[in-house]
Design a protein around this ligand. Structure first.
Ligand code: ACO
Length: 325
């Protein structure tokens, strides 16, 4: 089996900043409530940019960071639950925009665990020799599927995308990837797809595609599954949680991270946090955090990182990385 390494990262968020105070003008909420319950202070919201726009600009930055040419890429996987089209895939739109004409392209749907799922696909393609260089993206424009009159959900999310270039390597880089799902929790976090316009079926309905969530149950799920994800990432390695320099968790809620760090007896300082600036950017959250860490020089050769994602489905996953870029 080939070794696989991350050789570049990139990210993209819209310019428009929406603060908690802005939101208190449209729903009955306050900066105090949002900050104290979630840690979020502001989020980025598109003015017109699409999911493919954010994904493509994150991809261009990752390509530049990796120092490769777009033609080197032979696989593009975009994790998103807010595609611009059912067809074509977001990955094909990105391919066209970045001129990566040698790639096979498709999307995956695993909500906020999506980037870990996409990473796993890229990892397996390269390990087995099917691919050499993969572009993996997590991108969501959640603002288009939020019910902006529902204060219990609209304050939590933001728009954003992150990307990573994976490549076959002599050195170990991705040490393990773990994923899991539980469809029994399907209704805890939902966003219906388009309705049924078939005039020949017994029921014609056009439901509104907006997010709804059982916040308390999702909180319980996340704080139960994230510790398992960390354990699974380390399970088949010679490393323990003390060897890990940073835990890069899906940025859903700062309080969640506090609970998880306590449960695992891991110093909270090891949990990278940017939720105060972006809110929950769904599939974009983990690669956006990873790119910020990379661009800000936090990652040194040899550092060990654990990435963790969890979300609707229910879905979850983790990866153990050795930073060898
Ligand atoms: N502003 C002011 N008050 C609010 C708001 C708001 N934005 N939202 C809810 N409230 C009110 C409620 O109506 C309720 O009022 P009541 O007591 O009069 O009925 C009160 O605040 C408490 O509401 P709770 O839902 O009990 O608040 P809780 O402490 O559980 O926090 C929260 C809610 C922040 C949503 C929490 O449950 C949470 O973080 N859950 C996980 C959500 C999440 O991360 N989802 C995404 C993860 S997976 C993915 O990313 C797709």
């Amino acid at each position: 089996m080939n070794e696989v390494q991350i050789i570049g990262t990139g990210s993209s968020v819209p310019d428009q900043i929406i603060t908690n105070d802005h939101l208190s003008n449209i729903v009955d909420t306050s900066d105090e409530w949002i900050s104290s319950r979630t840690g979020i202070k502001e989020r980025r919201i598109v003015k017109g940019e699409t999911t493919a726009n954010l994904a493509s600009s994150a991809a261009k930055r990752a390509i530049e960071d990796a120092g490769i040419s777009p033609e080197d890429i032979d696989l593009i996987v975009v994790a998103t639950m807010t595609p611009d089209y059912f067809m074509p895939s977001t990955a094909c739109l990105v391919q066209k925009e970045i001129k990566a004409h040698n790639a096979t392209c498709f999307d995956v749907s695993a909500a906020c665990a999506g980037f870990i799922y996409a990473l796993n696909i890229g990892f397996q393609f390269i390990r087995t020799g099917q691919s050499n260089t993969a572009l993996i993206i997590g991108a969501d424009v959640y603002s288009k599927i939020l019910d902006w009159s529902d204060r219990s959900t609209c304050v939590l999310f933001g728009d954003g995308a992150g990307a990573a270039i994976l490549q076959k390597s002599q050195n170990k880089g991705i040490l393990s990837v773990y994923t899991g799902s539980d469809g029994r929790g399907d209704m805890l976090l939902t966003c219906p797809a388009v309705g049924n316009s078939n005039p020949f079926s017994s029921e014609v309905n056009l439901p509104k595609s907006v997010v709804s969530m059982n916040g308390k149950e999702v909180f319980r799920f996340a704080t139960t599954i994230a510790p398992k994800c960390i354990e699974e990432a380390l399970k088949h390695s010679s490393y323990t949680k003390d060897h890990i320099k940073y835990y890069v968790l899906h940025q859903a809620n700062a309080r969640m991270m506090e609970v998880i760090s306590k449960k695992m007896n891991i110093d909270i300082e090891k949990f990278y946090k940017n939720i105060e600036r972006y809110g929950n950017t769904c599939a974009g959250s983990v690669p956006l955090a990873l790119d910020e860490m990379n661009q800000n020089g936090l990652l040194k050769k040899g550092d060990l990182l654990v990435l963790v994602g969890f979300g609707g489905g229910l879905t979850w996953g983790s990866a153990l990385l050795q930073w060898n870029k």
